[in-house]
Ligand binder design. Structure first.
Ligand code: TRP
Length: 451
């Protein structure tokens, strides 16, 4: 049995978990989903869900992972041997595959944009020219595939180095820089001509836009952004040291995650309105908007290089956490060497990722019911697999794991957090399962269709 790795310090743990949660979900997915769902109301719901629902789920995953010290599937077989709970673990591994398939495509886009920034290709272009060049890139087919594969290779190179040496070392330095840069960009965007419209879009709620599907999308976005509902945080929880205060790690990570999402909203939406881009452009939104921001900023060339480099790193640190779920399972349960597990997984993702990239070409045949394979993977994971995964995970933590074990993990044997623990446990046992179930049934029942 290979020795299990663990995070070396509090800061290292926060950086690694933060590296997983902060990624394309905050900078690419959050603005596009918020844009499609009308802005301010969506954001309000998203914030409430993140604090009340997502943080307790993250703590549940950490507790399961650290109590079992196993991968996300093995954790269930170890804590509840001989039961069907292992299927929650398997479903998580399948979800990791689905997410990685489209995530790597966007990671590839970030990579391409890094190249374009280095070559200074945004300067002096009008919003229309920028749009045409981006659409041409996506429609080309083979170019996005090459970048997708390069992105996968880069992720695997880091994950090969193992937990502490690989994941922790890189995230520690790079995440704080991303944060500062995004803050600067948000301030810059607020000074753009016509920025007020964007600010109003972000801050003025229009409650007539709320529907069951808005809330489910906000739930899915919050889970996606915090890497919940498929075992990534079980896996990372298993690398948390016994003396680590997981409530602190969870709170810190969640706060940073939410802040980065809001900052990127503040950077993107004023610019969206200022440059006349449609806020509901879908997955293209951020990639259509960002180059315009840089092309009008003083020092935009250099900043765009730094930004896309950091976006690329943020995407990599998230994608390695998804890979880690699969790789930890393969090494611990199937007894394959780490190297082989990584090679098999990377090859499979190269294939499914390329199919997702090809499905984005206009009139591609890789569509079902008018939705591209890419969109299907995106909404299937966030709107179905992760809410269901999270539901079973909280049921497990609240009703199957012994209360004393849950308490010992969350409070480090009653060392801290003693007053808040009963509240969290109540949420985990009653409130969260009911909310997820209702949202889910509402979506399936009322609309009678997949996302
Ligand atoms: N949270 C990451 C992001 O915001 C994506 C991610 C990494 C993820 N690991 C995950 C999403 C596990 C769901 C589950 O970009």
């Amino acid at each position: 049995m290979e020795k299990r790795g663990s995070f070396g310090s509090r800061f290292g743990a926060v950086a690694a978990v933060g590296g997983s949660v902060i990624g394309l979900g905050n900078i690419w997915r959050f603005p596009y989903i918020a844009g499609e769902n009308g802005g301010a109301v969506f954001i309000l719901i998203y914030l409430s869900i993140s604090f009340l629902i997502s943080i307790p789920i993250m703590l549940s995953e950490f507790s399961i992972g650290r109590a079992a010290r196993r991968n996300s599937m093995g954790a269930f077989t170890r804590l509840a041997p001989g039961t069907q709970w292992k299927w929650v673990g398997y479903a998580g591994i399948l979800t990791a595959f689905i997410i990685l398939s489209f995530y790597c495509v966007i990671g590839g886009w970030a990579f391409e944009f890094l190249k374009e920034s280095i070559l200074n290709q945004f300067q002096g272009k009008t919003p229309d020219q920028i749009e045409a060049s981006f659409k041409g890139f996506v429609a080309c087919g083979w170019r996005p595939i090459i970048w997708t594969v390069l992105f996968i290779i880069a992720s695997t190179a880091i994950i090969l180095a193992g937990v502490q040496q690989g994941i922790e070392r890189y995230t520690k330095i790079l995440m704080p820089i991303l944060f500062i840069l995004l803050l600067g960009m948000a301030i810059n965007s607020l000074t753009l001509e016509g920025a007020q419209k964007g600010v109003a879009f972000l801050l003025k709620p229009d409650f007539s836009k709320v529907s069951g599907s808005t809330v489910l999308q906000a739930l899915g976005q919050s889970f996606f952004s915090m890497s919940l509902g498929m075992g990534a945080m079980i896996t990372y929880g298993s690398y948390l040291r016994k003396e680590e205060k997981m409530m602190k790690v969870g709170a810190l990570v969640a706060l940073s995650d939410i802040t980065v999402a809001i900052l990127s909203g503040l950077a993107i939406f004023p610019a969206v309105f200022s440059f006349g881009i449609n806020p509901s452009s879908g997955p293209d939104l951020v990639f259509l908007t960002l180059p315009n921001i840089f092309s009008q900023m003083s020092g935009g060339h250099l900043l765009s290089i730094v930004f896309f480099f950091l976006l690329f790193i943020a995407a990599i640190t998230s994608s390695i956490s998804l890979l880690e779920v699969i790789v930890a399972y393969m090494t611990e349960e199937l007894h394959i060497t780490r190297k082989r597990a990584i090679a098999y997984t990377a090859t499979a993702i190269c294939i499914t990722g390329s199919l997702c990239a090809l499905s984005m070409i206009p009139d591609s045949i890789l569509t079902i019911d008018g939705k591209s394979l890419f969109d299907l993977c995106d909404s299937l994971s966030s709107n179905i697999m992760m809410p269901l995964g999270a539901l079973f995970i909280v049921l497990f933590a609240g009703w199957v794991l012994s209360p004393i074990r849950l308490r010992n993990e969350m409070t480090n044997h009653l060392q801290y957090g003693i007053t808040i623990f009963p509240v969290i446990r109540f949420m985990i046992r009653f409130v969260i399962p009911v909310v997820i179930l209702l949202l889910f049934l509402n979506q399936v029942g009322l609309f009678g269709r997949l996302p």
